[in-house]
Design a protein around this ligand. Structure first.
Ligand SMILES: C[S@@+](CC[C@H](N)C(=O)[O-])C[C@H]1O[C@@H](n2cnc3c(N)ncnc32)[C@H](O)[C@@H]1O
Length: 315
């Protein structure tokens, strides 16, 4: 397999979690290299439909011809935080049988040095999933003040040495602009050496900067909310639509877990009341427990080691 391939994680559990109906309508909010999309499409008949979204123009450009020429499939370049708009434009609100969000970066994004995501491959410090939107990590690091930088490293990287790393970055950029991934990784490693840890000392800082630059947690919050709004409500003949979310770090997973929990119960003031106004009734029910990859999947695909899948159904 080429290093540019992206092996879909937790594929079996995702297909099961989506509870695929052969004539259903599905949304893949994070198309990537289309691993999950292809597998979903394989399970749909001619009446089925799959709408996929990705904000990364390279992901869009790399979509296989077999998918693009399939009339059941549509690929949209955009943010999953615009999901509701895309679905409304197609008149599909309330007809969506399943939404998948497979968060974070794809293997090709990490592998491609020019995207600037990886401290292991030297490249321009960019980190934008959509290089046409927002500012690059290099431009942000050139301007951000030390306090804000420390906050970002702490909040989005849960980096204990945030203060030391922020100080070192600000001191280094006064000497010379920080323009490449390895330059930044070296500054971080010198400020906060690994001390016997398995992970590279820059892992958490890179994660933090990437999450911040791409507004990933805000994107996720909107995508979750909007997914629930477009999913099919249950009828006597058909169960409600499913939401499947795969996260790769604790910040994302905590957000997903909390969202699903809150949406699965009435607000505190209505708990235990005999009648609850419709708008305050639970909108989701959790399906099963947290799902993680098996040892065999992790052995075959390292990216699966931190994957966590949560599934919920529209009420
Ligand atoms: C982990 S990969 C998905 C891999 C995909 N499931 C597969 O099997 O090939 C995540 C993808 O989602 C995209 N992405 C992440 N956040 C996004 C967002 N908020 N809106 C749209 N696309 C997003 C990234 O650009 C990346 O291509």
């Amino acid at each position: 397999m080429s290093s540019n391939a992206h092996v879909p994680v937790l594929l079996g559990p995702v297909l099961e979690g989506l509870n695929i109906r052969a004539n259903g309508c599905y949304v893949d909010g994070t198309f990537g290299r289309g691993g999950h999309s292809s597998a979903i499409l394989e399970r749909l008949t001619a009446d089925g439909r799959l709408i996929a979204i990705d904000r990364d123009p390279q992901a869009i450009a790399s979509a296989p011809e077999a998918l693009l020429s399939d009339s059941r499939f549509e690929l949209i370049r955009g943010e999953s935080a615009q999901l509701e708009k895309f679905i409304d434009e197609r008149g599909l609100r309330g007809s969506v049988d399943g939404v998948l969000l497979d968060l974070g970066v794809s293997s090709p994004q990490l592998d491609e040095a020019s995207r600037g995501f990886s401290f292991l491959r030297d490249g321009p410090l960019d980190m934008r999933m959509d290089p046409d939107a927002g500012i690059s990590a290099a431009d942000w690091l050139a301007r951000v003040d030390e306090k804000e930088l420390k906050r970002v490293l702490k909040t989005y990287g849960e980096e204990r040495s945030a203060a030391r790393i922020a100080r070192a970055i600000v001191a280094a950029r006064d000497e010379a602009p920080i323009e490449t991934t390895v330059q930044l990784a070296d500054i971080i490693a010198a400020a906060a050496p690994a001390h016997g840890q398995k992970r590279h000392p820059a892992t958490k800082s890179f994660q933090a900067i990437r999450i911040f630059i791409n507004g990933e947690l805000d994107q996720l919050k909107s995508a979750l909310e909007q997914s629930v709004n477009v999913l099919r409500k249950p009828t006597a003949l058909r169960s409600g639509g499913r939401l499947c979310v795969i996260s790769f770090h604790s910040l994302e997973d905590r957000l997903v877990k909390r969202f699903m929990r809150e949406a699965s119960r009435e607000p505190e003031q209505y708990r235990g009341m005999p009648s609850i106004p419709a708008e305050y009734r639970p909108r989701l029910k959790p399906i099963g427990k947290l799902i993680e990859a098996t040892a065999a999947e992790i052995a075959a695909n390292r990216r699966a080691r931190s994957a966590r899948l949560r599934v919920a159904e529209r009420l």
